[in-house]
Design a protein around this ligand. Structure first.
Ligand SMILES: Cc1cc2nc3c(=O)[nH]c(=O)nc-3n(C[C@H](O)[C@H](O)[C@H](O)COP(=O)(O)OP(=O)(O)OC[C@H]3O[C@@H](n4cnc5c(N)ncnc54)[C@H](O)[C@@H]3O)c2cc1C
Ligand code: SF4
Ligand code: SF4
Length: 1019
């Protein structure tokens, strides 16, 4: 039996006392002390793992002042903090053994915009894409870019001085900060913006914190000016630390403390609000994708492209290109980067031109393309190019480029591409030679790696593949780090050219030299004399004996290596999450992780769930439990098991079981499977979640509703024997209150009347007779199509199945309703894996028999049909067989593509612009599905537009469970409701049964499946 797992690493008494005291003050935010909440922020995208003591989620600047003032009391002086935004740092920047102060959960409001003066004021937790979505209608954007723009916060960007594509023109974050409102470690608020040196000198005379800070800053920046100018590299990138060069203007007339805070990695102050300047959106953009025979050719060509006045030049090598080709993202860009006949494409440069109008760009583009034509003819390494000015295509290309860093993590084997030397910057003219030597270095260790970067700025992204579970390779990682620091220095650059220093802070003293490093320390002393703010990062106060953090710090591998290899292999997707945070995607209209979006709780994200799962596996191993054998020994139920569960329920000690924390995170998951395809590593939460639930409930009772859901496929056919009577009961207020109170199930859907069986007979469709079909010749079988039933559409939405069959008949095929066989997905969702295995085997055997008849099979519900492809494979392996069940659109498009679809009817003239609201599982697992529906509609003379929507909030039975009701409604309000508000009901087509019932339930709109519209078009 699953043992009880003691909570690990309890909160230290000092921090417990602090949390308790804080809870008694006017602090309005959240205080999380649970192990799970702390674990969820113990990692970022780096190789490090550091468990904090507490996690605080302030709601306002005043909350942050309460936090810091309390920590300034004598008894709490040892308390340390690190601010956290998206947690996307690649070098452990936000990790701390103290308190994580997460500003992303609540402090994410856009406060004010002033279009006349080109600025916006935001809270620090605003996500970069959130800001740009807000600014777009005003014709502006916040221009410093970064790959993590859909989850990185403005606070994080400021503190790492983030920049990326287009930085030559648009600059770094620091170039756009007009002013900051921050809170110091002692609780004092600090407003910073440029001020005259003369005024600053007056303030420096005051015996206040601000006076001390200014006094030090003036002393350092003026007195050491020449040394600073000599030391700070002439690069487009900032060197991370305190920007001693730009804190004072070139003419030495103004100082701006914001410049020091920018890039300080949270080591000086909490940034609460920022006033940022805005850049007008260019009216025209053109992208030229230049293809090369080698990465080296691409690199060597880039200075020419920069000289050709390009706005930005981005390079991608073949390894990254190939990874992108295997990802769902490729689907959106494949037409924009096509292969070159008879040539191998081993690198590309993406060159962007921006301007006021297409005409203004035309001259520069034609000069460049003429040159490219010559380069191709002269075989200089350029093998082809493609030009696009379509804004939608351009954003798809950049989305692919942005996903590339994450994709680097998606490689087979135990050696994973790791971020520790991934953001080197050298002067662009040295880049090709630098990379050649960098490659020699990595090759000397026989390491695999992919490369891409902002070649215009000399920045290169490289993630060498290493296994941090192997202590020997940890040593190699340290050796390579040291060598890359030396190599970048040799080429006049920096190892930390873009993503900040974090655990690489140990290199600071050597890099700055003793004299300037001491100046940094003096500045730190003025801001944070007690070393409370992200201690160990950048530098320590001048008199402090505390140490800087080092690349030798404890890594995630230290924990992961405690899990046996077979277990790691078996729970691969939980193990392989690399923490890049793409699953925190803020965009309500993206399908990626609805539970993360609605809760804004990091535990309720794929990353959070994967992290908890890893820890669960580690703790089990430490308890001597072989999880794989334990799983094999979970069968049905027994009296002993029942008694054990009663004991476990009653035993007080069981309240303290880490498994409950894992359970808590798993139960919020909608099992929508967006993570399984959208995450660059394909972390498949529903897979390991089902396995966890299976094991968890071998120790603890299941709630009644789990049994109801798992049995829905058995109950629905029984209830459908007397649908009117059952509906009478279900549609009764008394039943609703009873169901809510006992099972925790709400808004129970009503059964279809008449039933599908009756409709089938009424339409005169042929009945299923296996023996008869077996006796048919190939020609006889040709017109038949089997309809594979699922419990939801067959019993609750029979009208849609009937219409599909009518459509098929009108298209001169013969639809045949196959007898209902449970699919098992509801059992899988609730983790009844033994039962699911049996169901899957029985149904697979049946469907394989049908498959042998070579008659196409169509399933109506996306998530159940796709379950045959995915979960069946996982549980049955080879035993699954080869049967295929297509979704309606897959069958229709293949008929169209093979010229097998003839429309003999007149098509009704119809100018309606239909809007497609696709099911999440369908559109994420089958990337082309929406476009295929568009093509099918076109074939029928209809116009269909894809709607960008996230999750509708229903997801099978999730939205019917009372505990999920608020989140289900909240999710609907986030994305579907506003999109539906703008259009007429008859325009709406919805592919998912769950989604249709959610729209009916919450917006009272009856929507149609696309096949219903197609049928109505045939007259
Ligand atoms: C796949 C991937 C691609 C990336 N690409 C880029 C890129 O193109 N360009 C780039 O510049 N970076 C890139 N990064 C690095 C990272 O995304 C950036 O550093 C980003 O700015 C961090 O923002 P965040 O909100 O996630 O901050 P976090 O990681 O949470 O924090 C970063 C640092 O800022 C501090 N901090 C955060 N908020 C505050 C605050 N309110 N007050 C004080 N301190 C604060 C933290 O203490 C920490 O030191 C990439 C990372 C990944 C994983
Ligand atoms: S689950 Fe996937 S997207 Fe989320 S952090 Fe892990 S690897 Fe990244
Ligand atoms: S299945 Fe859906 S809700 Fe669950 S973790 Fe994955 S994306 Fe999030």
């Amino acid at each position: 039996m699953l043992p009880r797992l003691d909570p690990q690493e309890l909160v230290a008494p000092l921090y417990q006392d602090y949390a308790k005291t804080l809870s008694l003050l006017n602090f309005t935010g959240d205080i999380s002390t649970s192990y799970g909440a702390r674990l969820a922020v113990a990692t970022d995208n780096s190789i490090y793992q550091q468990l904090p003591q507490l996690v605080l989620h302030p709601r306002s600047q005043s909350d942050i002042q309460i936090i810091t003032e309390l920590a300034s009391q004598d008894k709490f002086q040892a308390i340390k903090f690190s601010a956290r935004g998206g947690g996307t740092g690649t070098n452990g920047q936000s990790l701390t053994p103290g308190i994580i102060v997460d500003l992303s959960k609540y402090m994410n409001r856009i406060l004010e915009i002033n279009v006349e003066e080109n600025w916006v004021k935001v809270e620090a937790g605003v996500v970069k894409d959130q800001l740009n979505d807000f600014l777009r209608p005003y014709g502006f954007f916040f221009s410093p870019d970064l790959s993590t723009s859909n989850r990185a916060t403005i606070g994080g960007m400021i503190n790492t001085d983030a920049s990326g594509q287009g930085s030559l023109v648009y600059g770094k974050t620091s170039d756009h900060v007009l002013g900051l409102t921050s809170v110091l470690a002692n609780g004092e608020a600090l407003s910073t913006s440029p001020m005259l040196v003369a005024d600053a000198a007056e303030l420096a005379k005051e015996d206040t914190t601000l006076g001390k800070i200014i006094k030090q800053v003036l002393a350092t920046s003026v007195d050491k000016r020449q040394k600073i100018l000599a030391k700070f590299p002439r690069l487009n990138r900032f060197l991370t630390g305190y920007d001693l060069e730009h804190v004072i203007s070139e003419d030495l007339q103004t100082i701006d403390l914001s410049r020091l805070i920018t890039g300080s990695e949270g080591s000086l102050a909490f940034v609460c609000e920022a006033k940022l300047n805005l850049t007008p959106i260019s009216k025209a953009k053109t992208l030229i994708n230049i293809k090369y025979d080698s990465f080296d050719s691409a690199l060597r060509h880039s200075p020419t492209l920069v000289a050709a006045n390009a706005t930005s030049v981005e390079t991608i090598d073949s390894k990254v290109l190939n990874l992108a080709k295997q990802d769902i993202v490729w689907h959106s860009v494949s037409e924009l980067i096509t292969d070159v006949e008879d040539k191998v494409m081993d690198g590309i440069n993406i060159v962007e031109y921006n301007g006021e109008s297409p005409e203004a760009l035309a001259g520069e583009i034609s000069v460049l393309t003429a040159q490219l034509d010559k380069d191709i003819a002269n075989e200089t390494g350029v093998i082809g190019y493609q030009v696009t000015s379509d804004l939608a295509s351009i954003s798809k290309l950049y989305a692919m480029r942005k996903k590339a860093v994450g994709l680097l993590g998606n490689t087979q084997g135990s050696q994973k591409p790791l971020a520790f030397a991934e953001d080197t910057a050298v002067p662009p003219e040295n880049l090709a030679d630098f990379i050649a030597e960098f490659r020699e270095l990595l090759d000397s260790y026989q390491l695999h790696y992919g490369m891409f970067g902002h070649v215009d700025a000399g920045v290169l992204h490289v993630r060498p593949a290493l296994d941090m579970c192997d202590p020997e390779q940890e040593i190699i990682m340290r050796e390579i780090s040291d060598k890359v620091v030396a190599l970048t220095a040799k080429y006049g650059g920096l190892m930390w050219g873009e993503h900040g220093k974090g655990y690489r802070s140990e290199y600071s003293p050597e890099f700055f030299g003793e004299e300037l490093f001491n100046e940094l320390r003096k500045i730190k002393t003025a801001f944070d004399p007690l070393n409370k703010m992200n201690p160990g990062k950048i530098c320590t106060p001048i008199d402090s004996t505390e140490q800087l953090v080092s690349v030798d710090a404890v890594k995630r591998g230290t924990f992961d290596r405690q899990i046996p290899i077979e277990v790691k292999d078996s729970f691969k997707s939980a193990m392989e999450c690399n923490g890049n945070g793409l699953c925190y995607n803020y965009d309500a209209n993206s399908p990626m992780c609805p539970s993360s979006k609605i809760t804004r709780d990091r535990r309720h994200s794929p990353k959070g769930r994967a992290g908890l799962m890893r820890e669960w596996l580690r703790l089990l191993e430490n308890k001597g439990v072989d999880i794989l054998s334990l799983e094999k020994n979970i069968h049905g139920w027994s009296v002993k098991q029942l008694l054990d569960k009663v004991k476990n329920r009653l035993g007080r000690a069981n309240q303290q079981d880490f498994s409950h924390e894992v359970m808590d995170a798993m139960s919020g998951c909608l099992a929508c499977k967006a993570c399984a395809s959208q995450c660059p590593i394909k972390v498949d939460v529903p897979d390991f979640r089902a396995r966890f639930l299976n094991v968890y409930h071998s120790r603890y009772f299941r709630p009644l509703k789990d049994h109801l859901v798992a049995n829905v496929e058995q109950l629905a056919p029984l209830m459908a024997k007397a649908p009117k009577f059952v509906n009478l009961v279900l549609d009764n207020k008394l039943y609703e209150s009873f169901s809510k109170a006992t099972i925790g199930y709400v808004d129970t859907p009503l059964l279809s009347v008449p039933t599908l069986k009756i409709r089938n007979e009424r339409n005169g469709f042929e009945r299923f007779d296996l023996a008869r079909f077996k006796s048919f010749s190939t020609e006889q079988k040709a017109p038949y199509v089997f309809i594979v039933q699922d419990p939801f559409t067959s019993f609750y939405d029979a009208d849609v199945v009937e219409k599909l069959m009518q459509l098929i008949a009108k298209l001169d095929f013969k639809p045949v309703l196959v007898p209902f066989k449970p699919n098992g997905k509801p059992q899988h969702v609730k983790g009844f894996l033994t039962r699911f295995a049996k169901t899957a085997k029985n149904t697979a055997d049946f469907l394989n028999q049908l498959h042998d008849l070579a008659i196409p099979m169509i399933g109506m519900d996306a998530s159940l049909t796709l379950c045959y492809r995915d979960e069946y494979k996982q549980i049955l392996g080879e035993k699954r067989g080869d049967f295929t069940v297509s979704l309606a659109h897959e069958w229709l498009i293949s008929m169209i593509d093979h010229n097998k679809l003839t429309i003999n009817q007149k098509l009704l003239e119809n100018n309606t612009e239909y809007k497609l609201f696709a099911h999440c599982t369908e559109k994420t697992a089958l990337a082309g599905s929406e476009q295929e529906w568009v093509s099918i509609f076109k074939y029928f003379g209809l116009t269909l537009n894809k709607m960008q929507v996230g999750c509708c909030g229903m997801a099978g039975t999730y939205g019917h469970e009372q505990v999920n009701l608020d989140n289900s409604k909240g999710l609907f309000e986030l994305s579907w409701q506003p999109k539906l508000a703008d259009i007429n009901a008859e325009q709406v087509v919805v592919t998912g049964y769950s989604c249709r019932s959610q729209v009916k339930r919450l917006a009272d709109i009856k929507t149609r499946h696309p096949v219903e519209v197609l049928l109505a078009t045939l007259v």
